[in-house]
Design a protein around this ligand. Structure first.
Ligand code: FPP
Length: 246
């Protein structure tokens, strides 16, 4: 089925899950699954470009993932560093802006520096690849609350002025629209502390496919499912009716 353009999600967010199981099925170390998973990241970036998706957020490392075995954490950080270094020129050539959300201060200095170099080099581009690193939705909200408390204390923000927009404005990437579609691979039915504020009206798509195997057919299946959803945002109208009545 061809997905009509107005039904293409503007923002897709993905919980990339199943790398470990993929490796286990092959009798390989978990890191081999993460390596295969980083190849899927490259492919999905291409599918998003071809489909006209403007924002792609990838949950690459949660604040909880630091408790994994040290060699897996070190391997993932090294993989990320390599990915950024080898892919930096491509992001510039494709005009994709790289952004990191999460506690970037937790990342090894070398990884953080290369990420920030690419963030600066791509800052002017409109299409965005947002990587969630040392991220959790709750800690993002705690951070926003602290920023608000500091402003109230300083007298620059009135308590009565604290509304949804005020909280949204203090998230890691306040200008990025909420995800239209959240995909989770490997069949798990959990949000796992991902974009807790932003997912309020997101559509969910869960596939049993493991992340390293998530290729074009699986991606298209997610887009097709999304195109059939009737988004009512808690009301009775579909999103198309809402747009038509604006
Ligand atoms: C979840 O699978 C996956 C991760 C915790 C890491 C995701 C990282 C990558 C795909 C590699 C690099 C990322 C980028 C952005 C280049 P799991 O290990 O929890 O799998 P399991 O549940 O089967 O054990």
């Amino acid at each position: 089925m061809e997905v009509s353009e107005h039904k293409v999600p503007r923002h897709i967010a993905i919980i990339m899950d199943g790398n470990g199981r993929w490796a286990k099925q092959r009798g390989e170390p978990r890191l081999a699954g993460h390596e295969a998973g980083s190849e899927t990241v490259r492919c999905v970036l291409n599918y998003c470009r071809d489909a006209g998706v403007r924002y792609l957020t990838l949950y690459a490392f949660s604040t909880e993932n630091w408790s994994r075995p040290q060699d897996e954490v070190a391997g993932l950080m090294a993989l990320l560093g390599t990915f950024i270094q080898t892919y930096a020129d491509d992001l510039v050539a494709r005009q994709v802006r790289l952004r990191v959300i999460g506690r970037r201060e937790d990342l090894p200095a070398a990884v953080r520096e290369s990420l920030e170099r690419v963030e600066r080099a791509t800052a002017a581009f409109e299409r965005q690849l947002i990587i969630a690193l040392s991220y959790s939705g709750r800690s993002e909200l705690v951070r926003a609350v602290r920023l608000i408390a500091a402003e109230v204390k300083a007298g620059t923000l009135a308590p009565e002025a604290i509304d949804e927009a005020a909280v949204s404005a203090r998230l890691y990437a306040p200008d990025v629209p909420d995800p239209d579609l959240i995909i989770r691979t490997s069949g798990e039915l959990r949000i796992s502390n991902f974009l807790l504020w932003q997912c309020a009206y997101s559509e969910f798509f869960v596939t049993p496919v493991l992340w390293p195997d998530f290729r074009e057919a699986a991606f298209n299946e997610a887009l097709t499912a999304y195109a059939k959803r009737d988004r009512r945002y808690g009301g009775v109208k579909s999103s198309e009716e809402q747009e038509a009545s604006l």
